[in-house]
Ligand binder design. Sequence first.
Ligand code: GMT
Length: 378
Amino acid sequence: MRKLKIGITCYPTVGGSGVLATELGKKLAERGHEIHFITSSVPFRLKKIYPNVFFHEVEVNNYSVFQYPPYDIALASKMADVILDQNLDVLHVHYAIPHAVCAVLARDMCGENIGIVTTLHGTDISVLGQDSTLAQAIKYGIEKSDIVTAVSNALKEQTYEIIKPNKEIETIYNFVDESVFKPLEEAPLLKKQYGIGEDEKVIIHCSNFRRIKNLPDVVETFIRIRSQIPAKLLLVGDGPEQHRVMVQAKESPYKDDILFLGKQENVEELFSISDLKLLMSEKESFGLVLLEAMACGVPGIGTNVGGIPEVIEHGVNGYIVELGDVQQAAEYAIELLSDENKHADFKKNAIHTVQTKFSAEPIIDHYEELYYRLAALK
Ligand code: GMT
């Protein structure tokens, strides 16, 4: 099969959609395709140099007459340049708004019959989709894309419910790079470096600390666990809720057991010293961090929200609780952390779920098949 030239647009900063888009680009490059990232900065997970990965920076001109910098127009214009200059076969954009709309505009600008794949990641539907000023644009971006994918069945259903697009949407689950996310040998040393005792259990939460991540319930669950067993909570990330959570932690009886680690790069090392992952979100289309943790052998407790129950299999590799039920979450956690055999089974099952349901290679095959389907129509 001939190798393809694929343009990828995503939000390049920290966030699951950018992580997924970058990992996909890297894996496709390893398969010999030529990958062109069209983004506002170099995607943060693109750490290595690949000879067939290129970066095209979207620069936004900030003339004083513009009340707002025209990022969307600049992006569409850059996409059109790259489509023409590089003779792209396909453009894969992550997020309907603004990226799918920009891709459609770019295709129109350059007059090329380029195929557009749009992947929906969540907040473009669950948050922005509720905003009447954007709903029509989201519907337009979806309907004008050639192929639309969603990262979970829950997100697909939600898109039909909220946006009502006249378009088929395929679910393609997220994946993790299992060569990076795996249980690491050197974990016990890191635990010691953080001053965590051998007998203490480690509970981890990792996010961008937005309100929808429901950090107060993470801390509240931990307090209930800590009242029964020795444990530390690692809070990894940074964001708008940071201050509120710090105040909550300081006022708790276990303030010294709640560690704020800020943004971290090599989270697989932190997952490798963890015994349990908490994701108590109000909205979550998938929960890529759960998958990363599971690949490192960490079972999760998550809310019965969005795509989380498609990742956590209740009673097998973790537990599902209703949103806000911190008491139930704490009870499940205490039960699991107090039973070595059960924890070992859940750990094994978590890795097995990743290897069977969310393994990188078949998921990349699926995307590749979509690209070839579109390239054949060009
Ligand atoms: O969760 C976030 O706030 C970041 C957001 C993003 O745009 O990167 O994540 C979304 O996409 C991820 C990758 O598909 C999913 O794992 C997250 O569940 C999803 N976030 C939400 O639905 C809130």
